[in-house]
Design a protein around this ligand. Structure first.
Ligand code: NAP
Length: 449
């Protein structure tokens, strides 16, 4: 049974009658239409409180992809936080299995004294089917339904439907102009990169962006399993989670003049974490991948002059990984090596493999460790680089080929890119590529892969 602790107390004065609105919905995401509907219901029906109840696993959406209950709950909580009459409950998201309204109402009916009347507010379209809901007869005894509609909605449609049922549902209709907004419209707008401003609260928009919800999935090329892993990041310990948030904030400050680079860095962190998971790493390694991914372009805001200066100060020309490479030829590589040096001082907890992964993310190497390959690959296939056919093909390979093969294909892509854009190809890059080709032929991997 769901915990009752987050249900607000109501009905203490037995000489009075109280009215509790229950705002039932999937809220994927919650928007101003829902909020206006709840406020209007509260006004017109004289409700004492409105309890927002995001459905855990919506009964009629078992065949569809719905955002996680945790995200929908968090967004509902954020949207309702500033209205003292609105309370958001975890009751349905914490209950296992399919969410049936009848079960929720039974819990509420048992929790509240008889002098609390229950009003179940939802979209009129959802009411069309109430006769098919589990235990609809019991539901009809427990609540008055409030069907929120947009102006011009054909109420006869519902009446005809409800009259077919022998159950005497009590239904109150509420015309809510703001319901011209819909959750699906918000999802589409977000996927298309359009603004959600004034359609839902700023706090919800912030949450959607921070958690990368409703991003366009088509064209990235990732398999649905890998995309699902990307959309549902690993659950880290509280300390690790705080660590990630801090590093993201630091990166945001460091790259504040380069918003695209920042978006890329945050995404590389997420892709690296999901890749590490895909290729069998434990959560500790996934965490390291996430952090190294976020930090890999730390020095990208620096000018070439600044990079040369830093390179000289730290004696980069003596770094054995840059052996036989003249600093002026290594312009595109410097930021990785310098970042590793700067970050080692700034975050003494970064491990050697994280620093190496950051240093080598552009040049690569013949023999790369797990984390080094992960960051190199994540940087190459990051979806913020767009749906370029070459990258879509590489993303298709995630989970289908070994990590070594994926690294090889990404390395080849980087060389192709340097040639296609008429840039200087370091002989060392060619050496590394040739070494990878040899290694690969020893493993007898099909060259067409
Ligand atoms: P839905 O089919 O997604 O919603 C139908 C329409 O109603 C959509 O236009 C939706 O707009 C709107 N809507 C949904 N909730 C609303 C609200 N509280 N206020 C105003 N408009 C609302 O319906 P659903 O979200 O899955 O389900 C609605 C409620 O009915 C949930 O509490 C659910 O658990 C319950 N339900 C129970 C059963 C059952 O017990 N068997 C079966 C079905 C539904 P948006 O898309 O913009 O939200």
């Amino acid at each position: 049974m769901a915990e009752k602790t987050d249900l607000p107390i109501l009905g203490e004065d037995k000489t009075k009658t109280y009215r509790l609105g229950i705002m039932g919905g999937t809220f994927d995401p919650i928007h101003n239409g829902h909020l206006v509907a709840a406020e209007q219901a509260s006004d017109e029906l004289n409700l004492d409180l409105v309890l927002f109840m995001p459905a855990g696993s919506p009964a009629f959406k078992q065949d569809r992809d719905v955002s996680s209950a945790k995200d929908r709950f968090a967004m509902t909580l954020l949207a309702t936080a500033d209205n003292p009459k609105f309370i958001t409950s975890r009751a349905e998201i914490e209950r296992e299995g399919i969410t049936y309204t009848a079960d929720t109402l039974q819990i509420l009916r048992a929790f509240y004294p008889k002098n609390v009347e229950l009003f179940f507010i939802t979209g009129a379209d959802a009411l069309l089917e109430i006769a098919k809901w589990k235990d609809s007869e019991k539901i009809a005894e427990m609540v008055t339904f409030v069907g929120a509609t947009r102006p011009g909605y054909d109420l006869d449609k519902i009446q005809v439907e409800l009259e077919k049922s022998p159950i005497p549902f009590k239904v109150f209709y509420l015309e809510v102009p703001a319901l011209a907004i819909s959750s699906s419209e918000l999802r589409t707008r977000q996927a298309e990169g359009k603004s959600l401003r004034y359609l839902t609260s700023d706090s919800v928009i912030g949450y959607i962006n921070k958690h990368h919800l409703y991003r366009a999935r088509k064209d990235t090329g990732f398999s649905s399993t890998f995309q699902a892993a990307l959309n549902n990041p690993t659950i880290f310990s509280e300390d690790e989670q705080k660590g990630i948030e801090q590093i993201e904030k630091d990166a945001a400050k460091q790259l504040e003049k380069k918003p695209k680079r920042l978006a890329h860095s945050l995404e590389v962190g997420r892709v690296a974490e999901a890749l590490a998971k895909q290729y069998g790493a434990d959560t500790k390694e996934q965490f390291k991948a996430r952090i190294a991914g976020i930090l890999h372009d730390w020095e990208k805001a620096a000018s070439v002059e600044e990079l040369f200066k830093k390179a000289k100060t730290i004696g980069l020309e003596n770094d054995p990984r840059l052996e036989n490479i003249k600093l002026e030829d290594a312009k595109p590589l410097l930021h990785g090596f310098i970042a590793a040096h700067t970050l080692k001082q700034r975050y003494p907890n970064l491990t050697e493999d994280m620093l190496n992964a950051i240093a080598l993310h552009t040049l690569g190497a013949k023999d790369m460790g797990f984390l080094e390959k992960i960051i190199f690959i994540a940087d190459t296939i990051d979806p913020t680089r767009g749906p370029l056919p070459r990258l879509v093909l590489l993303r298709c390979l995630v989970g289908k080929v070994s990590l070594d093969e994926l690294y090889f294909c990404c390395y080849r892509e980087n060389i192709d890119y340097v040639i296609a854009t008429n840039r200087y190809l370091l002989p060392q890059s060619l050496d590394i590529f040739n070494a990878l080709v040899k290694k690969r032929s020893e493993l007898d991997v099909s060259p067409s892969a």
